[in-house]
Design a protein around this ligand. Structure first.
Ligand code: SAM
Ligand code: DTB
Ligand code: SF4
Length: 331
């Protein structure tokens, strides 16, 4: 969708916008389903990058204690527990700039993915930058989706990160798509961006070809010690609006209400589901930050008469028609 179309949606009265997004949701998804995804930080902290929102960057003095890559047996325990608790997607995150073929750590990750993928859940990883061969190897090992967020607009990106570029992010996404993995790509609200930046981010994401299989919408969780520590929270109705617009712009993508749910009331989360969100991170921890308790989430889902979504390991990217999509490029 173009910026202009997104901007028109943004300026609709909230009820009109939600009415539209609800219709798109109902035409494309079972109305009351929510996907439960478990996150695990398999390599925490000590990252070389300077993403100014991130507690895991080695450049800032945060509460995060850097750790080595977790042992496979521990990861398997966590993955099995996630499956038992009803999760259908297991997402492993590493605080790395990226991974390179031939390195020991990449081989270790491939080995972990091979075993986790035997559990039958969707397997998502987020390891930073990938080249074409790394993407192919991950796909072969059993990764179903790769998470790589663009986080904000191309224009605002250099104010947030200086150690890699927005185009670097797009290149990785291209490599993931070419290797046949689904793309999970979204962003963060609350990085000091304007509404225009938020809509420009959605313009880029919705114009990927194929569109992402899932779009995480994070709200900044201000991390002590980072340059974003004092940022103001995002207005709840802005979160709802962005979710509704994302649903309209990418009808077949899962829209994931991601970081920041601990700051949203149950009523606000309900409005987000009504506006088009159909996936959450589930489990009391995100990567380093807090998330609502499992029992609370299950109780809310039950009270709303919603049901957890079944896993879909095929994960055809929305609109994939077999043709080679256009290169994502900065305008
Ligand atoms: N290093 C990899 C990368 O940058 O893609 C993977 C991990 S990184 C922590 C994954 C995503 O988490 C970021 O792109 C960002 O959207 C989100 N994130 C990180 N810190 C956050 C925070 N404090 N608040 C909200 N979202 C955050
Ligand atoms: C995404 O978009 N959000 C998740 C996942 N992808 C990897 C991460 C949220 C991280 C929140 C801050 C933290 O836990 O440190
Ligand atoms: Fe590193 Fe990813 Fe955090 Fe950036 S967002 S500092 S790349 S872990």
């Amino acid at each position: 969708m173009t910026f202009q179309e997104l901007n028109e949606l943004y300026h609709l009265p909230l009820f009109d916008l939600i009415q539209r997004s609800r219709k798109v949701h109902e035409d494309n998804w079972p109305a009351a389903e929510v996907q439960l995804c478990t996150l695990l930080s398999i390599k925490t902290g000590g990252c070389s990058e300077d993403c100014s929102y991130c507690a895991q960057s080695a450049r800032y003095n945060t509460d995060v204690v850097p750790e080595r890559l977790m042992e496979k047996c521990q990861i398997m325990e966590r993955a099995e527990a996630a499956r038992k608790s009803g999760s259908t997607r297991f997402c492993m995150g590493a605080a790395w700039r990226g991974v390179r073929e031939g390195t020991q750590r990449f081989e270790q990750v491939l080995d972990i993915v091979r075993d986790v993928s035997k559990l039958g859940m969707e397997v998502c990883v987020t390891l930073g930058e990938l080249g074409p061969s790394e993407a192919e190897k991950l796909k072969e090992a059993g990764v179903t989706a790769y998470n790589h967020n663009i986080d904000t607009s191309p224009e605002h990106y250099p104010n947030i990160v200086t150690t890699h570029t927005f185009q670097d992010r797009l290149n990785t996404i291209r490599n993931v798509q070419d290797a046949g993995m689904s793309v999970c790509c979204g962003g963060i609200l609350g990085l000091g961006e304007s509404t225009e930046d938020r809509l420009k981010m959605l313009e880029v994401i919705s114009e990927f070809n194929p569109q992402p299989e899932s779009i995480p919408i994070n709200s900044l969780m201000p991390m002590p010690g980072t340059p974003m520590a004092e940022e103001q929270g995002v207005d709840v109705f802005d979160v709802v609006r962005i979710i509704a617009i994302t649903r309209i712009a990418a009808p077949k993508a899962k829209v994931r209400l991601s970081a920041g749910r601990t700051n949203l009331s149950e009523e606000a989360q309900t409005l987000c589901f009504f506006a088009g969100a159909n996936s959450i991170f589930y489990g009391d921890k995100l990567l380093t930050a807090k998330n609502p308790a499992i029992e609370k989430d299950l109780a809310l889902i039950d009270r709303l008469g919603m049901t957890p979504q079944k896993p879909n390991r095929q994960l055809e990217a929305p609109g994939a028609d077999g043709s080679r999509p256009a290169e994502p490029q900065l305008a």
